[in-house]
Design a protein around this ligand. Sequence first.
Ligand code: HPA
Ligand code: ZN
Length: 338
Amino acid sequence: MDITSFIANMPKAELHLHIEGTLEPDMMMSLAERNNVSLPYSTIDEVRAAYNFASLQDFLDLYYQGMNVLQTAFDFYDLTNAYLTRCFAQNVTHVEIFFDPQGHTSRGLAFETALDGITSALDEAERSLGITSKLIMCFLRHLPEDAAFETLESALPHKDRIFGVGLDSSEKDHPPPKFMRVFKAAREAGFIAVAHAGEEGSAANVADAVDLLEISRIDHGNAVLDDVVLTDRISAAQIPLTMCPLSNLRLCVVDDLANHPVRLALQAGLLATINSDDPAYFGGYISENFHAVQLALNLSFEEICQLGRNAYLGSFMNDEQKAAALALFDAFAADNTP
Ligand code: HPA
Ligand code: ZN
């Protein structure tokens, strides 16, 4: 099997995916119509033409605008279901996905509207497609910590359906110390913690997210490689990094995929993984991310296998599930590598 087919067919886990970032232009248009929401676009081509980002903030402005079309639990169900259907087609067997409750409660939706729609699609996908999942709610870091506390309060009755808390939105000007108290409260309530760090921000942000927010996984983490001491520390602790090559390219975090740090991350012993972040906005789901970075860096079968295994190792599956998933992955690799 050639490496392109290998990537397409290998069992995969996705650990960094914002469900609101899977809103494809055609669904955006049809939900706008269904819910009578006006959009500044009249065709799908116009939507796509607007997706030309110079920075994370440029993207976030359109991402929050796009969310306006999501109004009912049924909309969130349709959105999540469409993503999971694509996962099945790409042989993704496990997903750990984010949602942004404050992007919806700030528009007057109940916390439960998004949660109910997303989790009903996740439950159904486990039954009908065998795709397992965990749900992580992110705090929007451009909002005050008090707002994050309110969101945490809303989540407490739903701990059976929300596995962890994360931190996303604008990294510039909103570093980890701002959210120390709410992360502590969330961890004490039994949520695992992750955070976006070192995407547009520095290695110091990653160190603060690890030390002050006590996160179990780093989202992006590109900047880790800028600091040798931190790299050694994150590598020794095997704290996973959820990297997103096409996102980094489209948000100008890297100027060229040939300069993406994922190979350096593997060489440094970091538990790096490949993910799609906001695939509808960045031009590809998980397989396209693997294909693009493999081509740009000429990654070997061994490197692709390492990235594929790392996703299961870095997941929040329990040890038994992890061992079973890794056994399947290794059997696939043994049968299909040259
Ligand atoms: N970074 C920060 N916030 C986000 C992202 C991202 O890549 N995607 C959705 N919200
Ligand atoms: Zn992200």
